[in-house]
Design a protein around this ligand. Structure first.
Ligand code: DOR
Ligand code: ZN
Length: 338
C-alpha cells in the first residue's frame, strides 16, 4: 500500500462539451487541483470567453476540486483587460504557444518580441507565464525544436524579463533539464508519457498514433535525463500531465492529432515508476509539493491510498458521444485507489 497527498496536475486539457464532461470527472477522481489550458477551438483570448469557459467547467465541478485557469496569450488581448481579469481572480497564469506548434495554436506567436508589452504586465503583476517551449522553423528538425527554443526565445525572454515567473511545460530533453537547473525563476513540468516512453516505444517497432504528441517523444538518453530529475524530487520539476483527449477518429486517421490522454491511469503509472525505482519517498515532491511551491500555492495535506493489482485489465477506450477516447497506460500492474 502507498499513501500520498491527493496530487495536483499543473497542465491539463479539458476541451468542451462531452469530452469536458468525461475529462473533468476523471480529474476530480485523482486530483485536488488542476491548471486548465486555454487552447480551445476558439482559444481564450478575451474575458468573455474566459468567463464562459469558467462557468461551463464550474457547473460540472461544483467546487469538488480547485480549478485554475489560463489565458491564451496573443495580441487579441488588451493589457488592461488582462490586468482586470487577473485582479478579479478569473485566471491564474498566461499560456504562450508558438504559431502552429500544436493543437489549436494557429493564432500563437510568430515572433516572441511582438508580445513585449504583455511580458511587462506579467512581470509587474507577478503573473506566471507557461510556455510551450518549441521554436518552429521548417528548416529545422522537429526533434530539435525544444533545444532551439531554449537558445532563441527563452534566452531572449529571460534576458529582458529576469523576474518573470516561468514554467517550461512538458519538457522532453536533457537540454531543458540542464537549462532549468541552471537558471532562476523557472521550473519545468513533466508528463507521464515523456517520462515513460522514448522513440523506441513510439516508432521503433510500429508507429503508435496514441503516443504522438507535441513536443515529440525523444530518445532514451533524453528520457533518462527526465527520469533522473523527476525521481530526485528536485524542487524545480513537477508533474503536469498535458493529458490531451482527442476523438479516436482524429488520432487514427490519415492525419493524427497531437495529444496523449493520460488522466485515467497517470497516477498509477507515476506511482509504479517511483516504486520500481525505490523512490516513493519523493512522490509527494513531484506530485504536490514542487508545483505548489513554484506557484506559491497551499495544498491540502489529505492523503489517499493505493494498492497494487497485478496484471490488471486496463481500459483502452471509453465511449464519448458517438466516438471513443483512447486511454494511455504504460505498466502491466495497476495502483488502484482504496
Ligand atoms: O500533444 C499535445 N497536445 N501537446 C500540446 O501541447 C497540446 C495538446 C493538445 O491540446 O492536444
Ligand atoms: Zn498541453
Amino acid at each position: 500500500m502507498i499513501s500520498i497527498y491527493k496530487p495536483s496536475d499543473f497542465h491539463v486539457h479539458l476541451r468542451e462539451g462531452e469530452i469536458l464532461n468525461q475529462a473533468l470527472k476523471e480529474n476530480i477522481a485523482y486530483f485536488q487541483k488542476i491548471l486548465v489550458m486555454p487552447n480551445l477551438k476558439k482559444p481564450i483570448t478575451n474575458s468573455k470567453r474566459l468567463i464562459s469557459y469558467r462557468n461551463q467547467i464550474e457547473s460540472i465541478n461544483k467546487n469538488k476540486i480547485k480549478i485554475f485557469f489560463t489565458i491564451y496569450l496573443n495580441s487579441e488581448w488588451s493589457t488592461k483587460e488582462i490586468v482586470n481579469c487577473y485582479k478579479n481572480k478569473l485566471f491564474f497564469a498566461a499560456k504562450l504557444y508558438p504559431k502552429n506548434a500544436t493543437t489549436n495554436s494557429k493564432t500563437g506567436f510568430s515572433d516572441i518580441k511582438d508580445l513585449t508589452k504583455y511580458f511587462y504586465i506579467l512581470e509587474k503583476h507577478n503573473i506566471p507565464l507557461c510556455l510551450h517551449g518549441e521554436s518552429i522553423s521548417y528548416q529545422d528538425d522537429p526533434f530539435d525544436r525544444e533545444k532551439k527554443f531554449l537558445e532563441k526565445e527563452l534566452s531572449w525572454l529571460r534576458k529582458h524579463f529576469p523576474n518573470l515567473k516561468i514554467t517550461l511545460e512538458h519538457i522532453t530533453t536533457k537540454d531543458a533539464v540542464d537549462y532549468v537547473k541552471e537558471n532562476k525563476n523557472i521550473s519545468a513540468s513533466i508528463t507521464t508519457h515523456h517520462l515513460l516512453e522514448n522513440t523506441n516505444s513510439f516508432l521503433g517497432d510500429s508507429l503508435k498514433p496514441e503516443l504522438f504528441c507535441k513536443p515529440i517523444i525523444k530518445n532514451r538518453n533524453h528520457q533518462i535525463s527526465l527520469q533522473k530529475i523527476a525521481l530526485s524530487g528536485h524542487k524545480n520539476f513537477f508533474f503536469g500531465s498535458d493529458s490531451a483527449p482527442h476523438y479516436k477518429k482524429l488520432k487514427f486517421n490519415n492525419e493524427c492529432c497531437a495529444g496523449v490522454y493520460s488522466t485515467k491511469y497517470s497516477i498509477s503509472n507515476i506511482i509504479e515508476f517511483f516504486s520500481l525505482n525505490k523512490k516513493t519517498k519523493n512522490l509527494n515532491k513531484f506530485l504536490s509539493l514542487n508545483g505548489n511551491t513554484h506557484y506559491g500555492l497551499d495544498f491540502l495535506k489529505k492523503e489517499i491510498s493505493f494498492k497494487k493489482i497485478k496484471n490488471y485489465k486496463f481500459q483502452k477506450l471509453s465511449k464519448c458521444g458517438d466516438d471513443f477516447l483512447c486511454h494511455y497506460n504504460h505498466f502491466k500492474d495497476y495502483w488502484s485507489k482504496i
